[in-house]
Write a protein that binds this ligand. Structure first.
Ligand code: ATP
Ligand code: MG
Length: 319
């Protein structure tokens, strides 16, 4: 099986317990939960029984311990996750608004995540990998952008593939060099995984089909658009497939895109057809929103297969 590697931030997430809770006055918070978009992604890959590893850095503290133990338990190769001598593990506070939007306070570039680099263990992990996944949220500093570029170059040198989820967080969109880095990574992308409007980040058109044409014309092999409770759509140069979402009670939206992406990439690398891969990934995304906590809704292959037997797709999607 093709080994998947990702790189980036590992954080603890502290979540508001009430809708419209503010960061400006004391409230009740839940956590710490293990988190960080690339960490959620790789946890879900591992839970599917697929070989994978992560390049990252945590602090020598309980938050680092909690994350490392979790990833190890899931089956992630953590040999390239270092422990910082002088910086704490990163953190993200998140609050939810009535309209479903989220706002964050991140401590990432100045945390242990800011010390992520390519050491001998990371080189060894990359040398044994066939696929590299990049999250836009990881491009938070010049150093991280350089690390991502090394990862891509190493994987491409031995014929591997790259997937890219822009995963835009407005809080870090204006980090230095972020826009140029996004463009470069896009130019190296085989599988592009935007969420809703992120599809238009690299296209002039504001029409979905025309934007997809532009993107496929620029060398991307396949595009998968995540549409939350409206499911997902796959496009390549020969075909397109739309797959409705499953009916679930959404408890916490965080992590859906990461779990979806992990499931889709895993199935894509295993040679599943697009419809099968989308259905499986929709199930992974749906199950992610059913649980509180970013990584808590990641499922094993057996759990997803068992759940699919009685899962219902949204009725309006069938109309
Ligand atoms: P994230 O917040 O993790 O970045 P995202 O915006 O990248 O998420 P979404 O489109 O929200 O990704 O979710 C990914 C997939 O998960 C969807 O395409 C869908 O299959 C599933 N999903 C998400 N939310 C729901 C929901 N409320 N009901 C059913 N399925 C959902
Ligand atoms: Mg996302």
């Amino acid at each position: 099986m093709k080994k998947i590697v990702t790189v980036g931030e590992i954080v603890v997430e502290i979540m508001a317990t009430e809708t419209d809770q503010t960061f400006l006055q004391p409230g009740l918070w839940a956590g710490p939960f293990p988190s960080g978009a690339p960490a959620i992604f790789i946890s879900q890959v591992a839970r599917l029984g697929h070989p994978c590893g992560m390049i990252s850095c945590v602090g020598a503290d309980d938050f680092g311990c909690l994350n490392l133990e979790r990833l190890q338990r899931d089956g992630v190769d953590v040999s390239a996750i270092t422990i910082s001598g002088d910086r704490p593990t990163g953190s993200a506070f998140v609050r939810y608004a009535q309209d479903g939007s989220r706002a964050f306070v991140f401590n990432i570039p100045h945390s242990a995540s800011g010390q992520i680099g390519i050491n001998a263990a990371a080189e060894a992990l990359l040398a044994g990998a066939d696929h590299f996944h990049v999250m836009g949220s990881t491009l938070f500093s010049k150093q991280m952008i350089d690390v991502v570029k090394i990862g891509i170059a190493t994987i491409k040198k031995h014929g591997g593939t790259v997937s890219f989820d822009p995963n835009i967080r407005k809080e870090i969109l204006d980090a230095p060099g972020m826009h140029a880095a996004m463009d470069f990574i896009f130019s190296q992308t085989d599988l592009f995984l935007p969420s809703g409007p992120e599809l238009f980040l690299f296209a002039k058109s504001s029409d979905e089909l025309a934007a997809v044409d532009e993107i496929l014309g620029r060398g991307v092999a396949a595009v998968v658009v995540k549409k939350g409770s409206n499911g997902s759509v796959y496009y390549d140069r020969r075909a397109s497939v739309a797959m409705p979402a499953f009916v679930v009670d959404e408890v916490d939206p965080t992590g859906a895109g990461d779990c979806f992406g992990a499931a889709f990439v895993t199935e894509w690398l295993r040679g599943a057809n697009p419809a099968e891969a989308l259905r499986f990934a929709n199930a992974a995304g749906a199950r992610a929103v059913m649980r509180n906590g970013p990584m808590e809704g990641a499922s094993s292959r057996a759990e997803i297969d068992a759940w699919l037997v009685s899962a219902k797709v949204k009725p309006e999607a069938l109309a």
